[in-house]
Write a new protein. Structure first.
Length: 109
């Protein structure tokens, strides 16, 4: 069972959110809030991604499989397997692909 945040922690989190929303606290400082502070809030999860979408992400970035693999620190063979649907991305690879999906490949270069 997760422990409920104290009133002080809740107030700090609310204040930090307000400061960040009004651009008085930059992203880097705001994201230093730890999971311990977030308490019972659900952590974000990476959505599954299809083979077709992986290929589409790579092609929209105008990258070869080799260049895309290098930017993700993966092998070309693994990228090929992902794009064919022979393997499903999991863990850190899935998280990186979700970043590319949301923010574009420039976010990881």
């Amino acid at each position: 069972m997760k422990q409920k945040n104290s009133a002080i922690v809740e107030a700090i989190l609310e204040t930090a959110g307000d400061l960040h929303r009004h651009r008085l606290l930059d992203d880097e400082e705001y994201h230093k809030i730890t999971v311990r502070h977030l308490g019972a809030q659900p952590l974000p999860t990476a959505r599954p991604i299809s083979a077709e979408e992986i290929r589409s992400l790579r092609e929209s970035a105008r990258m070869s499989q080799a260049a895309f693999a290098r930017s993700l620190n993966l092998s070309v063979g693994y990228i090929s397997q992902l794009e064919r649907g022979a393997k499903q991305p999991k863990g850190p690879v899935l998280a990186l692909l979700n970043v590319v999906r949301r923010k574009g490949v420039e976010a990881i270069l």
